[in-house]
Design a protein around this ligand. Structure first.
Ligand code: AHR
Length: 507
């Protein structure tokens, strides 16, 4: 078999589970320049804004159809007291952000966040404070948000400008409670989760979707204990709707391996392959955590929510280390595509995910430079996957053997196919080789009505280490892709090294 020629087969007549659009979610934390400068510039800023929220950023997020946004952390969530962020802005306390060591004006609080979600057209995901807060404080926040006018808290919300309940349904009960969220054991957190969750109200039509702190990476004991203790019918077994999982691709796995910090933009082919293989390690994590969840919840009622993921490199030397600012290359776009493909392959369990983070932090969609902004390669990858939102997954098989790097397997070409409500079929292809092109022969089985291939798009870069900057904002960007042959059921295409491509077939 020629390794540079791969045959893929899509079973277009076998639609599987729905690919929840919520796996394409985002995450905004009060960290570095994510919220302040990245989102919030204030109403008096010369940067065009609507009620203090920058309009260029909103437009870029709308363009990739962001389905949900998680806030205010991260670790910051377990230090955040929501009352500091409501009411007249001039009266809000100026504080130190103890989690990340920055100044916190509280100018961006509950109402501003929900205004941002409305402008972007996405659902809010709020992570409540279990680490340094109280049950009463979390209860009150939910009531403030969701109760109809008539209670003291709902009336306060109305006085602050929003009479209608916000209807926030996605709710995280703490964050990384095994670490920055309180350094708890799984057994202790399970009790806390049940205690807090039981006091969070469902109001009118909004039934809360309660997400428990899940494991960090490969802590299978944590998953086992939380699933056992929080889905047990003896203790309100329906109280947990989601279990989170955090996995950052930083070169520090498999467990026990000495982590060599990875550079964001200075890498060779070896460094490229490290990211591919360590990114694909998520497959093992999803498989093993899912198997544990299946034991306790065979009906698959509880969703696995990968509510923090992405590349985490050595911070950019030009910015303070506590900003977690990094540039990115087409390597990150391919990593994002591999990760989406894994979420989709595990769609029976994975129903929500949030990349870290949306702007200026870690694997961001957008980087701001004062009044300017650029979209990153990862933003482009999210854009290429929008046809898969809420579509039905189609099986894809490959004749290719897996590659290995650092003893970890990963595919040469990873593909996702889906069937949308309008009966169009979309295929996305991620090519992981940094050096050589590959020829893909993709057969579409079982859908004779597929007649035409729309023009596709491809994301690639002149050089693997190229980046987007204010002076060259489109160096790494998608462009039309027509360099393929399609005979009605078989697509033949040669993909360049290191790229992501998408093609839709109209009915
Ligand atoms: O995303 C940055 C940090 O990474 C988050 O605050 C925390 O949850 C995780 O450890």
């Amino acid at each position: 078999m020629n390794p540079d020629r791969i045959a893929l087969t899509v079973a277009a007549d076998q639609p599987g589970p729905k690919i929840s659009r919520h796996i394409f979610g985002q995450f905004a934390e009060h960290l570095g320049r994510c919220v302040y400068e990245g989102i919030w510039v204030g109403e008096d800023s010369p940067i065009p804004n609507v009620r203090g929220i920058r309009s260029d950023v909103v437009a870029a997020l709308r363009a990739i159809q962001v389905p949900n946004l998680r806030w205010p952390g991260g670790c910051f969530a377990d230090a955040y007291h929501w009352r500091n962020g409501i009411g007249p802005r001039a009266k809000r306390p100026l504080m130190r952000n103890d989690t990340w060591g920055q100044l916190e004006t509280n100018a961006f609080g509950t109402h501003e966040f929900l205004d941002l979600c409305a402008q972007v057209g996405c659902e809010p995901v709020i992570c409540g404070n279990l680490g340094s807060g109280t049950v009463q404080e979390m209860h009150d926040w939910v009531e403030y948000l969701n109760a109809p006018v008539g209670t003291v808290l709902a009336n306060e919300r109305a006085a602050n400008g929003h009479p209608a309940p916000y209807g926030v349904r996605f709710w995280g009960v703490g964050n990384e409670s095994w670490g920055c969220g309180g350094v708890m054991t799984a057994e202790y957190y399970a009790n806390e989760f049940r205690r807090y969750s039981g006091f969070l109200g469902n109001y009118e039509k909004t039934r809360l979707f309660r997400i428990a702190t899940g494991p960090g990476v490969d802590d299978y004991h944590w998953t086992d204990v939380i699933m056992r203790e929080c889905t047990n019918p003896r203790y309100n077994g329906a109280v947990m709707d989601g279990l989170s999982l955090h996995y950052y691709m930083n070169g520090g796995i498999p467990p026990g391996k000495v982590s060599t910090p990875l550079a964001a933009t200075r890498f060779d082919h070896d460094g490229w392959r490290t990211v591919m293989a360590h990114g694909w390690f998520l497959d093992e994590l999803l498989t093993k955590h899912t198997a544990i969840m299946d034991r306790h919840d065979p009906a698959r009622r509880v969703a696995l929510c990968v509510d923090e993921w992405g590349s985490w490199y050595v911070n950019d030397a030009g910015r303070p280390a506590n900003e977690l600012y990094q540039q990115q290359t087409v390597r990150d776009a391919v990593l994002a595509a591999l990760t989406f493909n894994l979420f989709i392959a595990h769609a029976e369990r994975v129903q929500m995910a949030n990349i870290a983070q949306v702007i200026n932090v870690l694997q961001a969609m957008i980087l701001t430079f004062g009044e300017k902004m650029v979209c990153t390669p990862t933003w482009h990858a999210f854009g290429l996957y929008t046809p898969h939102h809420d579509a039905a997954r189609l099986p894809v098989t490959s004749d290719a053997a897996m590659l290995t790097h650092d003893g970890l397997p990963y595919p040469r070409v990873s593909a996702t196919a889906s069937l949308a409500a309008d009966k169009s079929v979309t295929v996305t292809l991620a090519h992981t080789d940094p050096a050589k092109p590959v020829t893909v022969e993709l057969t579409l089985e079982g859908l004779p009505a597929v007649g035409s291939a729309k023009a596709g798009r491809i994301l690639t870069a002149p050089a693997l280490t190229d980046i987007n900057t204010p002076d060259a904002p489109h160096r790494v960007a998608t462009k039309p892709w027509t360099d393929f042959r399609f005979d009605g059921s078989k697509l033949t295409a040669t993909l360049p090294p290191g790229c992501v491509a998408v093609l839709s077939f109209a009915k």
